[in-house]
Design a protein around this ligand. Structure first.
Ligand code: PGA
Length: 253
């Protein structure tokens, strides 16, 4: 049995308005009224504009807030960007870095991802570093090669089990309804654990949480979360509605 406390994290991506506060209120209510408390941490990463307005709703609740990306610098002439310090100031405790949509849409390299993770530490945020192979890379049998290379280059030297989580998200499973087989998830997560052992030493590697992401839903959460070395989920679409997200959190009740 793993001693790692799982995390169920929601990534709203570019979805949500002020009126979406009703979803976070509903989530807090579901958590507060559950007879058995889920044995996991819960995190919601809405668009940056909603972190501050949502803060009041999670105060005293068992839901943390996070950002979806940050710039490596503290401040400066970087139009449209947001710093880790700004996210922290708004009420974030975590930040996702290196999501495949950032890597694909903005050409982010693992080196830049490492700089962003370092910025997260500097601001006192926990970084969720995303890795994962594309469909083409998988077809070539290159999954572990890609994932290992991303971990190697995206984790700053300062990474430890307290300031960092890994999220394994096969790109082809994101938003598609497709998920890897039980065997594949187990294989990749074990591979990631081994890579972390090399990198951080056994004790720290055993403590670091490795999430699975990509089409996690209430209907498959219990299976996916039940595999060895899977320490929770990073959830996109199914985190937008409190009821759906709760269905995933319930895998830990
Ligand atoms: P999805 O997204 O749950 O909608 O597949 C996951 C993610 O991109 O983090």
């Amino acid at each position: 049995m793993s001693k790692r406390r799982p995390l169920v994290a929601g990534n709203w991506k570019m979805n949500g308005q002020l009126s979406s506060a009703k979803e976070i209120k509903a989530l807090v209510k579901l958590l507060a009224s559950a007879k058995t408390k889920p044995k996991c941490d819960v995190l919601l990463c809405p668009p940056a504009t909603l972190i501050s307005p949502f803060k009041a709703h999670v105060t005293g609740a068992r839901v943390a807030l996070g950002g979806q990306d940050c710039h490596a610098e503290i401040e400066g002439a970087h139009t449209g960007d947001i710093s880790a310090e700004m996210l922290k100031n708004a009420g974030a405790r975590y930040v996702i870095v290196g999501h495949s949509e950032r890597r694909a849409d903005h050409g982010e390299t693992s080196k830049q991802v490492a700089a962003k993770a370092r910025a997260a530490y500097r601001a006192g945020l926990i970084a969720i570093i995303c890795v994962g192979e594309t469909a083409a890379e998988r077809k070539q049998g290159a999954t572990m090669k890609i994932v290992n290379a991303q971990i190697k280059a995206s984790l700053p030297a300062e990474a430890n089990a307290k300031n960092t989580l890994i999220a394994y998200e096969p790109v082809w499973a994101i938003g598609t309804g497709l998920t890897p087989s039980a065997d594949d998830v187990a294989k990749v997560h074990l591979g990631i654990r081994k890579q972390l052992q090399k990198r951080l030493g056994d004790s720290e590697a055993q403590k670091m949480r490795v999430l699975y992401g990509g089409s996690v839903k209430a209907t498959n959460a219990k299976d996916l979360m039940g595999f060895a070395n899977v320490d929770g989920a990073l959830v996109g679409g199914a985190s937008l509605k409190a009821k759906d997200f709760w269905g995933i959190i319930e895998a830990y009740i």
